[in-house]
Design a protein. Structure first.
Length: 202
């Protein structure tokens, strides 16, 4: 018993087959295109609000904030200078934390918006959706990018601004802590200098 040999079709055979079944092929292609178009109509549009934060070049501490929508013109305080990437990575962790995400969910009532009131874990699911729609990115140039996506462009913009507010609060705490530690260091050095001066007099 001999094994059947497979002979690949030639290009003329392929063209003849396509031409013979052109109506079926065009019909299937048209049907798929119509189905995709219909599905697309039911998919809600999503808008992305993006904030680009840059280390301030002014003597004062701070971030200069530029928004692609032009609506986020504000300054978020910062201690960025050297070690920008390290600080940005720290901000990514802090802004992605459960505590920050919960604040965003509660402030903008995202459980109701995402229709999760009847779910088993409304807060968890709301945070999961928020995480999928929010990105924090540290770039090599030192930029810190915040992007929020939502069907409502105003809500996306408001949430991006709120993240800036949270970042500002974090930076304020860092600056306050650094200032306190520096003051304590100066006071200790001053007291040590006084003690040394007294010992020299004796």
């Amino acid at each position: 018993m001999t094994n059947p040999e497979y002979k690949s079709p030639s290009w003329p055979d392929i063209f003849r087959y396509l031409y013979k079944h052109k109506i079926a092929i065009l019909g299937i292609s048209f049907t798929v295109a119509v189905i995709v178009a219909i599905i697309t109509l039911f998919i809600p549009n999503r808008y992305t609000s993006t904030a680009n934060l840059l280390p301030s070049q002014r003597p004062s501490l701070g971030f200069d904030l530029f928004s692609e929508e032009g609506g986020l013109s504000s300054i978020a305080s910062s201690v960025l200078g050297s070690g920008v990437s390290e600080e940005c990575n720290r901000y990514i962790v802090l802004l992605s934390s459960y505590t920050t995400s919960k604040r965003v969910v509660e402030k903008f009532d995202l459980i109701e918006k995402y229709e999760l009131s009847e779910s088993q874990a409304p807060m968890k699911y709301a945070i999961d959706i928020l995480s999928e729609r929010t990105t924090f990115e540290s770039q090599e140039e030192g930029n810190f990018i915040i992007s929020v996506e939502d069907e409502d462009p105003e809500l996306a913009k408001d949430m991006a601004e709120f993240y800036i507010t949270v970042l500002n609060e974090i930076n304020t705490r860092i600056v306050t802590k650094d200032a306190r530690q520096y003051r304590e260091f100066i006071e200790k050095r001053y007291q040590k200098a006084l003690t040394d001066a007294d010992s020299l007099k004796q």
